[in-house]
Design a protein around this ligand. Sequence first.
Ligand SMILES: *Cc1c(COP(=O)(O)O)cnc(C)c1O
Length: 404
Amino acid sequence: MRQSDQEPIRFTKEFTRQEAIPEAGIRRAIEVMQSGRLHRYNTAAGETAEVALLEAEYAAYVGARYCVGISSCGSALYIALKSVGVKPGDRVLCNAFTLAPVPGAIENAGAVPVFVEIDADYLTDLADLQRKAEASKAQFLLLSHMRGHIVDMERVTAICQRLGITLIEDCAHTVGARWGDTFTGRFGKVGCYSCQSYKHMNAGEGGLLVTDDEDVIAKAILYSGSYMLYERHLSRPDLAVFEQHKKRIPNFSLRMSNLVAAMLRPQLADLDNQCQRWNRRHDLLAEALSDAPHIRIPHRPAKEGYVGSSFQFSLVGVDLAAVERFLKICSERGVEIKWFGSREPVGFTSSWESWQYIEGVQPLPNTRKILDFMCDFRIPLTFSLEDCRAIAAVIRQVAAEVFD
Ligand SMILES: *Cc1c(COP(=O)(O)O)cnc(C)c1O
């Protein structure tokens, strides 16, 4: 019997259902609420704020000298750009496959994105990066490890060094992930991480910014909205460093609250374990789909210590109409696939052509072709390994029906 003659397999769980906040995080959050001290600078004598503790713990986790908590990763990217000296009108290189808050942060800083193509494995095309860097003379690169895919960071840093480019890493989706032995966010001058619900530590909203540079962290702390209370940070340089910046840096009021930090601290303690749980699910899906006709799983470099909290694959040897049919039937059977091929932005998903506040849509033919055939979905940890097997079975069955 042909696969397409079989009963349709259906999947019924929600792709948007995250796990509960760990008990310890809930307990601590309730204590913070009972104390009434939710603002990070509302500390009793001798008390250290939850946010200050989280910053010190996160800096230690990734091996950075300094960390500051921010209201979101998008805001952290904005503060990072300002703190490394991006000025209105500056060009900022950026891989075109990224999330809307990334060009948003560049726009917020008054700068202009110069988009770089991606390759068939969804990684930044480093030849195009060099071309665009040389043509635009941009002095900044905001590199997004989009959907957790990490490009060769030795090659990126070599290009940046050679061309005098300051690197900022958008690690929204790579909390806990490494290239070689080094955490993402530690190759550039600044690394920014997200604590939004769909990333690797969930506080609803939240961002973390790390750097080894004492001027950059002093500026970032001041931009975040420290008033003249920066002394209360554990993760900070000597107070003298703030002296030269404190009257020159505006307060953007983008702080993290103690409630957020209270939820995050136990999640950080358990992060490596959670990353392994994601990878078991991701690797099962990759294995189950590896020999499926018309499906290509991206190649992942040996040095990439990824965290597979989402899954991407490309459809090959099919046309766009067939892609749309495939997506529609998958969705009818409960497998909600996101598609960057859509010409209209939908939900969280949009592509560079729809960011029309940027002057002139930059032509990126390779990226367009790759995104047209790329499928994408989250792997929430509320899915069991059995659930992942079921998702792969739906995808294989629909592909056989539509493409054969
Ligand atoms: C989620 C995400 C962001 C933005 O993070 P927020 O914390 O929601 O502001 C930026 N870049 C990428 C790649 C993301 O996935």
